[in-house]
Design a protein around this ligand. Structure first.
Ligand SMILES: Cc1ncc(COP(=O)(O)O)c(C=O)c1O
Length: 461
């Protein structure tokens, strides 16, 4: 069948954006400011011991709409970008839908996901600040892999705390990180105070992202001469800023095709790919150019921060060492069940994404992992990309929306973010094939136990 649009549209190298877009500058109200445990609004000096100076500047700036991408980062972006905007013709035909389905595929680099977009920026700023070491956590392993790759490129020493269940389940994730010279420690570990405390409370603990973050922050703070910093792969404003490259490229590519999305869909763990993908389209909704575009965040039913969480100030980590951000949260002590989409097992959500949801600009849905893997398998067979379980959350919702179009006959344009590949998730794919996968949906009582760990701050909440 002759089709006018290509299956994959690759922009030219000179069409890669040279600036990141900061949606906060155009939001009717910016997200709530970061605070310290005493309620005081965090200033640069308060968080500079933890994060690189330039990243602090980006984090706290709600006014500057465009940030130049450093030359050195641009050079590396060119190695794997522009990423393709794909038309899911095969999926459309299989669904018998009049909808046009597009996806922005970010899995086309060694780390296998969008995480490299922010990792390169963060490692670059660490190098520019002449640090001795950076530290981070990784859950599913994509962020750790991406930061390892970026740190190796810029010649920065990296320690990764990897959630223990992933460490055990994904040995080859470890191998890639080691290839890029990173040091990997399973978390909780006995190498930090907070890790030892967690192990004393529960020697069998298989870890959580919240605990791994605490361990990584502690390690960074103990690097001599204040030469260590911690880096986070999601949630923070700076990460959403870097990920705007996804949305900006999608925007240009869709302009070239002469289409505009009616619905934009992204999976949401800490909210960085979603926040980046939607940024320029959300600007159009906010300024009234395209007021009717729908934006949908898709999260796991096992870790439903946006759909069942509280909009409150909470710590980003279980050890309560990070500053507080206002977000949809299940409580920093919430322990997610072992869902296979490790990258979506996080108690909180980006303040930008949270604010958009709270103010009615963004919808959210929670889906079960058995349905997600059924969609992932169907997609793999039709589109020949094996999606990461996280990404497959967006696929499932795109399919749902396209099926509705098949019923109503509406020719909607659907855009979703395909954030990465799932080649290291074959235990999970096998579990699904073998019929061994179960859906964990927390009860209201279980959620209450998590909410009880949200701090009260005098005069604030
Ligand atoms: C492939 C993939 N997609 C999505 C996510 C979710 O992160 P975020 O919500 O920050 O985009 C992750 C996190 O690890 C991931 O690895």
């Amino acid at each position: 069948m002759a089709e006018e649009e290509p299956y994959r549209l690759y922009l030219r190298e000179d069409q890669i954006p040279t600036q990141w877009y900061n949606l906060r500058a155009d939001m009717p109200e910016p997200p709530e400011p970061m605070r310290l445990p005493n309620g005081k609004i965090a200033e640069a000096a308060d968080i500079a011991p933890v994060f690189c100076d330039e990243l602090v500047r980006q984090e706290l700036d709600d006014e500057t709409a465009w940030f130049d991408i450093p030359e050195e980062v641009m050079e590396m972006y060119k190695v794997y970008r522009p990423s393709p905007l794909c038309r899911a013709y095969n999926l459309e035909r299989a669904l018998g839908t009049p909808a046009k389905i597009y996806y922005k595929f970010e899995g086309n680099n060694t780390s296998g996901s969008h995480k490299l977009n922010s990792a390169l920026a963060q490692a670059y700023y660490a190098k520019a600040q002449d640090l001795d070491k950076i530290t981070t956590e990784t859950g599913a392993g994509q962020w750790g892999t991406a930061l390892s790759e970026a740190a190796a490129h810029f010649g920065v020493d990296l320690d990764v705390f990897m959630v223990k269940c992933s460490y055990n389940q994904k040995p080859f994730r470890r191998s890639i990180m080691r290839t890029f010279n990173a040091t990997i420690t399973p978390s909780p570990s006995d190498t930090t105070e907070i890790g030892r405390k967690m192990l004393a409370e529960n020697p069998e603990s298989t870890g959580s992202l919240g605990t791994a973050i605490s361990e990584a922050v502690e390690r960074a703070m103990n690097v001599p001469e204040n030469k260590g910093r911690y880096q986070l792969g999601s949630v923070l404003n700076q990460v959403v800023l870097h990920q705007s490259i996804i949305g900006l490229e999608s925007y240009t590519a869709m302009e070239e095709l002469g289409v505009y999305p009616d619905i934009v869909i992204g999976c949401a763990g800490g909210g960085s790919n979603l926040g980046g993908l939607i940024a320029p389209f959300m600007r159009d909704k906010i300024n009234g150019t395209h007021p009717d575009t729908r934006f949908i965040a898709v999260e796991p039913a096992s870790c439903p921060s946006l759909t069942r969480g509280r909009y409150a100030y909470d710590y980003a980590d279980t050890g309560q060492t990070c500053p507080l951000v206002k977000m949809y949260t299940l409580g920093n002590g919430f322990l997610p069940s072992p869902d296979h989409a490790g990258g979506l097992r996080y108690h909180g959500m980006s303040p930008v994404v949270s604010k958009l949801k709270h103010d009615g600009y963004l919808e959210a849905v929670a889906v079960k992992q058995t349905d997600v893997f059924a969609a992932a398998e169907e997609f793999a067979r039709l589109e020949t990309i094996l999606p990461a379980p996280e990404s497959a959350h967006a696929i499932l919702q795109a399919i749902e929306e396209a099926k509705k179009c098949a019923e109503t006959g509406e020719e909607k344009v659907i855009l979703f973010g395909l954030t990465g590949t799932g080649y290291f998730d074959m235990f999970a794919y096998d579990a699904h094939r073998n019929g061994e996968m179960v859906d964990h949906v927390p009860t209201d009582e279980e959620l209450e136990a998590g909410f009880a760990t949200i701090p009260s701050i005098e005069g604030i909440q």
